[in-house]
Write a protein that binds this ligand. Structure first.
Ligand code: HSE
Length: 403
């Protein structure tokens, strides 16, 4: 019998308990698995597993029968301290906590390695989509050259509800919260920080060195309006929040931002809570992973798969990366940008004088909207400043990268 403790009896934690204690994993894992304790400061009267709940972490830490700790608390405090103490006690840890893996992953992975145990985090990226294990194992024969993904279910759900079904931003967000997709503080979703942590994790694993998520330029979806979507759709694009990174050999480029994707792009029809991740390998070319990126059971499924993996393989071949040494570079590639600005009557002539040959979009009265040709990010920023000089300091309504 393998005994497990679950830290945090929220959306994902309760899904993990439901799956483990409701399932028969003897055949798959080669041993029975049982949730022996649940850590939470709340009480759960009437819950099937209320008797397993404790608010004292030492009860779990000092229980030698518990060999695997599942951390589904989220956030850094006290999850970092609890994880480190469990690993130092020789207990393997499985987590869905993106913030913790993105921030302290290299250190926690090293402690696990030094103690011949595992720190596993399949559920930290892509919810129920297998992506960590495929990157670590199935694509091991490749140099990963780039990663491009819709990595946040909440924002993809909001964008779909707003722009396909006419739901307001606020209602779409409350709906995502009610469905258990959103973070406790949904600013992490809508401002792009959750996607940023996920691209940092994928890139650290793919390129082998810890990438500091604080260095990744990140923009969320709060500036996207129905007008932007209207212009995009008229030109055959959809708008998605995209995390992407590129292996530059001596560094990494990574960013998170809304992106206009042409119809027919593999990610353009990914809707609702679904995530999709396009990985380019030196031998495979593009490989795409698709599935539900958030929610109780999809995420719990990934957590339990890690638990089974530890029971079966004792952590052999677990994902790993080293600390430090990578800087996030400026964008090495030329960009093509959508620009929308207020027009004081001089918009069209100012745009062609400054940006040269652009694709003018059919804009509302009082606005100018266009898509530039490819240029360096620096050159684009300089051109935007010049345009502001003519149309006014506050004239730029939005700029979005076009793929
Ligand atoms: N809030 C996250 C999302 C949960 O919406 O994708 C899954 O990581």
């Amino acid at each position: 019998m393998v005994n497990v403790a679950v830290l945090g009896y929220g959306t994902v934690g309760s899904g993990v308990v439901e799956i483990i204690n409701g399932g028969q994993f003897l055949k798959k894992a080669g041993a029975e698995i049982n949730v022996k304790a649940i850590l939470d400061i709340r009480k759960f009267p009437g819950d099937t597993y209320e008797n397993l709940v404790t608010d004292n972490y030492d009860n779990i830490l000092n229980d030698d029968e518990i060999s695997i700790v599942v951390e589904t608390m989220g956030g850094l405090k006290p999850a970092y301290d609890f994880t480190k103490r469990a690993l130092l006690k020789g207990k393997s840890v499985v987590t869905s906590n993106k913030e913790l893996v993105a921030t302290h992953g290299a250190e926690l992975l090293k402690i696990a390695k030094d103690n011949n145990i595992s720190y596993m985090f399949e559920a930290s990226v892509g919810g129920g989509i297998p992506i960590i294990r495929p990157l670590n194992n199935c694509l091991a024969a490749n140099d990963i050259t780039s990663i491009l993904g819709i990595l946040n279910g909440t924002t993809n759900y909001i964008l779909t509800q707003m722009f396909k079904n006419g739901v307001s931003f606020e209602n779409a967000l409350s709906d995502a919260q009610a469905k258990g997709y959103a973070e406790q503080n949904p600013a992490a979703d809508i401002e792009g920080h959750d996607a940023c942590r996920k691209i940092a994790i994928l890139s650290s694993l793919a390129y082998g060195k810890h990438i500091n998520s604080n260095e990744i330029k990140t923009e969320g979806i709060t500036k996207i309006s129905s007008q932007d979507v209207h212009y995009a759709e008229a030109e055959g694009y959809s708008i998605k929040l995209i995390g992407r990174s590129k292996n530059l050999g001596d560094g990494v480029y990574a960013c998170v931002s809304p992106v206009m994707l042409p119809n027919g792009h593999p990610l353009s029809d990914v809707e609702d809570v679904f995530n999709a991740i396009l990985v380019n390998g030196s031998a495979t070319g593009d490989v795409m992973f698709y599935g539900k990126g958030a929610g109780k059971l999809p995420t719990a499924s990934a957590v339990v798969a890690d638990v089974i993996d530890i029971v079966k393989h004792k952590g052999y071949g677990a994902p790993y990366w080293e600390d430090g040494g990578v800087t996030v570079a400026v964008n090495p590639d030329p960009v093509k940008m959508y620009v929308r600005a207020t027009d004081n009557g001089r918009g069209a002539s100012a745009v062609s004088a400054i940006f040269g040959d652009v694709k003018m979009l059919k804009a509302e009265t009082g606005e100018v909207a266009f898509i530039t040709d490819y240029m360096s990010e620096n050159e684009f920023n300089e051109c935007v400043l010049k345009l502001q000089g003519i149309l006014g300091q506050d004239s730029i309504i939005n700029t979005i990268t076009v793929l």
